[in-house]
Design a binder for this molecule. Structure first.
Ligand SMILES: Cc1cc2nc3c(=O)[nH]c(=O)nc-3n(C[C@H](O)[C@H](O)[C@H](O)COP(=O)(O)O)c2cc1C
Length: 150
């Protein structure tokens, strides 16, 4: 997997008014019509039961300048990143991180257990995009892939 370049996302959710997010790169498109995307989540992650119970989440695609967010949302520290990270509310109520290169707001449609992880397939209920460069991940490190939209 170290030889497979990916983008970096932060998957956010909201349950009983509590916000949660974690860094994820196991993300893929599934279907265009209807629009569906998948994430693979470790069952040991604190986010796992929250996503399963909430049944909604937002996949935020990080831009190059948001590397620090990737680090913070991957940390196991008790500090809540949402206390200092600006965000907007998506249609589902999950946070859209301000400045994200794009987002997919999802309602959980299917769950499949696979090894240590659960594949959550979400139906995209809203999405958005802005211009910029993506944060990349390759060979266990954050990268600048040197690409820019438009
Ligand atoms: C670049 C990167 C990509 C990651 N991708 C995933 C992923 O796709 N799925 C997953 O379950 N964990 C992934 N992780 C690990 C989680 O971000 C990490 O375990 C996090 O602490 C989980 O947070 P939580 O326990 O508060 O939910 C990734 C970490 C990094 C640094």
């Amino acid at each position: 997997m170290r030889r497979y370049p990916t983008g970096v996302t932060v998957v956010t959710t909201i349950l009983d008014g509590r916000l949660k997010g974690f860094t994820a790169n196991a993300f893929s498109s599934v279907s265009a019509d209807p629009p569906m995307v998948l994430i693979c989540v470790d069952r040991r992650a604190r986010s796992h039961p929250l996503i399963a119970s909430a049944g909604r989440y937002c996949v935020n695609i990080l831009r190059l300048e948001q590397r620090e967010l990737a680090v913070r949302f991957a940390a196991k520290e008790p500090e809540d990143p949402f206390e200092t990270v600006p965000y907007l509310q998506a249609q589902t109520g999950a946070p859209i991180l301000e400045g994200a290169l794009g987002y997919f707001d999802c309602e959980l449609a299917e769950e499949h257990s696979a090894g240590t992880h659960t594949i959550f397939i979400g139906k995209v209920v809203a999405c958005g995009a802005s211009d910029g460069s993506p944060l990349g991940y390759f060979n266990a490190g954050y990268r600048d892939f040197g690409c820019l939209t438009p």
